[in-house]
Design a protein around this ligand. Structure first.
Ligand code: LLP
Length: 442
C-alpha cells in the first residue's frame, strides 16, 4: 500500500502498523477500538507547511492560514493551533467555543456559516473575532446591529459565489450558482451586498472570500476563482476609490484516500495561486491584497487512522456466482459517514499481523442496523481475516470524528494523539453515561 496514505510517523512493516514508535496492537490494548489515532507531529508540520508556504510565496502579502475547524477540532488541537500561530475558521458557536477554550486569540478567528444565529453573532462580535464572513443580507444587518450594540466597528468579508463547477462530489461542491452559500457575482447579489455593508458605518469591509468545494485536485478551479474575485475587487475600487485589503480563497485541497491518489502539498498549488493572483492584479491594475486560505482536510486528514477490531466475518454468495466476504468491525457509519454520504473511497489493512493468504473480494462494514453501513464497499483483503484481527483505515482525520454520530446509541470513539513513543487521549471515548446524560426521565 502506498506510503502516501499514512501519516509521516506511521510505518507498515511485516504486517505490523506502527505509529511514532507504538504498534497498533499496543495502541488497541491501551485505548480499545474503535479509536482515531492522530500523529501529532504530522499535524503540526502540515499546518506549518501551509503557513510557511504562504509566507514564502506571498511575503508581506501573506494573509492568514485559517484552519477549517469543521474538518476536526477539539480543545487540544485548538491549543496546538494557538502555539503554531495560524488562524482558525469556525462556522458555529460550538466551534467558536472550542477555539476559545483552546486559547486561540480572537484576533486569529474568522467566523463563517450561512445561518449564524443572533446569539452566535453577538458572541463573535463581543469577544472581538478578527472577521465575520457575510453570507446574506439579513446577516449584514444583524452583524451591524451587534457591532452597534457593543459600540464597535466589526471587520467583515463577503462570501462570493464565482459560479464554478469544481470537479468533486456534488454534495461538497460549493461555488456553482445553485447553492445556499454566498452572494452570486453573476446575478448582482454580490454587488448589492457590498452596498448593504457600505451603508452600515459599524462595518468595515475587509475583503472577499470564496470556497469552491472540497477534495479538489489541480489548480484550475482556484485560478478561475482568483480571477473572478479580483475582477470584483477592481469593481469595488472603481466605485469607491479604495482597494479591499484581503482575498480569502478558502480551502478544498485534496488528499489521498486510496492507492494511486496523491495528497496535494502546499508547494503543488501555491506557485499557481501566486501566479494567478499576480496576473489578475496586473490585469485589473490592483495592488496584491493579503492572500488567505482555509485548508481543513488537507491538514488533518492524512494525520489520523482509525483502528477497528473485527467482530464477525461472513461469506455471502452473489448472484454472479462469486462470494463476497463481509467483514464486520466494531464501528461503522457512526465514525465514518463519508462512504454512505459521498460514496467516499477508503482502503484498509490488517494492522497487527502479516498474512500470505490469497486476497478475497471483501466489504468492510460496521455494526449499525443498516445495509448502507459500509466503510469500504469493495476491497481485496487476505481471505484469512478472522474475529480479533485489527483493521486500520488510513486518512480518516478529516470529517471522520467531526461528523461522528451516536446512531444506534453507539458511543463515539476517542481521539488519541501519539508523539515520540507516547500516546494520550485528547478526546475521550463516550460511554453509556454520556449516552443517557441528555435523557429526561418521566
Ligand atoms: N472554508 C469553508 C468556508 C468551508 O466551507 C470549508 C469546508 C473549508 C474551508 C474547508 O474545506 P477543506 O479544506 O476541508 O476541503 N463533509 C465533507 C466536506 C465538507 C466541507 C465543507 N466546507 C466531506 O467529508 O468530504
Amino acid at each position: 500500500m502506498s506510503k502516501d496514505l499514512w501519516s509521516k510517523n506511521s510505518s507498515l512493516q511485516g504486517g505490523t502498523l506502527n505509529l511514532a514508535g507504538i504498534t497498533a496492537a499496543q495502541l488497541a490494548k491501551d485505548f480499545g477500538t474503535p479509536t482515531f489515532f492522530l500523529d501529532e507531529d504530522a499535524y503540526r508540520s502540515r499546518a506549518l507547511a501551509w503557513q510557511s508556504g504562504l509566507q514564502s510565496h506571498f511575503g508581506s502579502n501573506a494573509g492568514t492560514v485559517y484552519y477549517a475547524a469543521k474538518s476536526f477540532i477539539c480543545t487540544a488541537v485548538a491549543q496546538w493551533i494557538a502555539e503554531i500561530g495560524i488562524g482558525i475558521d469556525v462556522c458555529t458557536g460550538g466551534e467558536l467555543a472550542v477555539a476559545l477554550a483552546g486559547g486561540i486569540d480572537p484576533s486569529k478567528i474568522e467566523v463563517h456559516g450561512n445561518n449564524k444565529s443572533v446569539a452566535e453573532i453577538d458572541r463573535a462580535v463581543s469577544v472581538g473575532v478578527k472577521t465575520i464572513v457575510m453570507d446574506s443580507l439579513f446577516e449584514i444587518e444583524r452583524v451591524a446591529d451587534a457591532a452597534k450594540k457593543h459600540g464597535m466597528r466589526q471587520s467583515v468579508m463577503l462570501r462570493l459565489t464565482p459560479g464554478i463547477e469544481a470537479h468533486t462530489h456534488e454534495k461538497i461542491s460549493t461555488a456553482h450558482e445553485d447553492v445556499k452559500f454566498g452572494f452570486s457575482i453573476a446575478s448582482g447579489a454580490a454587488w448589492a451586498a457590498v452596498e448593504a455593508v457600505v451603508a452600515r458605518p459599524e462595518l468595515e469591509l475587509r475583503g472577499v472570500h470564496c470556497h469552491i468545494g472540497s477534495q479538489i485536485f489541480g489548480v484550475e478551479a482556484h485560478e478561475i476563482a482568483t480571477d473572478r474575485l479580483l475582477a470584483f475587487m477592481a469593481k469595488y475600487r472603481d466605485a469607491y476609490g479604495t482597494e479591499l485589503a484581503e482575498l480569502d480563497l478558502g480551502g478544498g485541497f485534496g488528499i489521498a484516500y486510496i492507492d494511486g491518489e496523491k495528497t496535494v502539498e502546499p508547494e503543488d498549488v501555491l506557485p499557481a495561486i501566486h501566479a494567478a493572483v499576480t496576473t489578475a492584479c496586473a490585469k485589473y491594475n490592483l495592488a496584491i491584497p493579503m492572500i488567505s486560505l482555509e485548508p481543513g482536510r488537507n491538514i488533518v486528514g492524512p494525520t489520523m487512522f482509525t483502528l477497528y477490531e473485527v467482530g464477525t466475518v461472513k461469506d455471502v454468495a452473489l448472484e454472479s456466482g462469486t462470494v463476497r466476504k463481509y467483514i464486520s468491525v466494531d464501528g461503522g457509519m457512526s465514525d465514518n459517514a463519508r462512504t454512505a454520504l459521498y460514496d467516499a473511497e477508503y482502503t484498509a489493512v490488517i494492522a497487527q499481523r502479516a498474512s500470505s493468504a490469497p486476497l478475497a473480494l471483501s466489504r468492510l462494514v460496521g455494526k449499525h442496523c443498516e445495509t448502507g453501513d459500509i466503510i469500504i464497499s469493495d476491497i481485496q483483503l487476505p481471505s484469512d481475516v478472522i474475529p480479533g484481527d485489527l483493521i486500520a483505515t488510513p486518512a480518516t482525520g478529516a470529517y471522520g470524528r467531526s461528523m461522528a454520530s451516536n446512531y444506534n446509541h453507539v458511543p463515539r470513539p476517542p481521539v488519541v494523539a501519539v508523539k515520540d513513543g507516547k500516546a494520550r487521549v485528547i478526546v475521550r471515548r463516550e460511554n453509556e453515561a454520556d449516552l443517557l446524560a441528555l435523557d429526561v426521565k418521566e
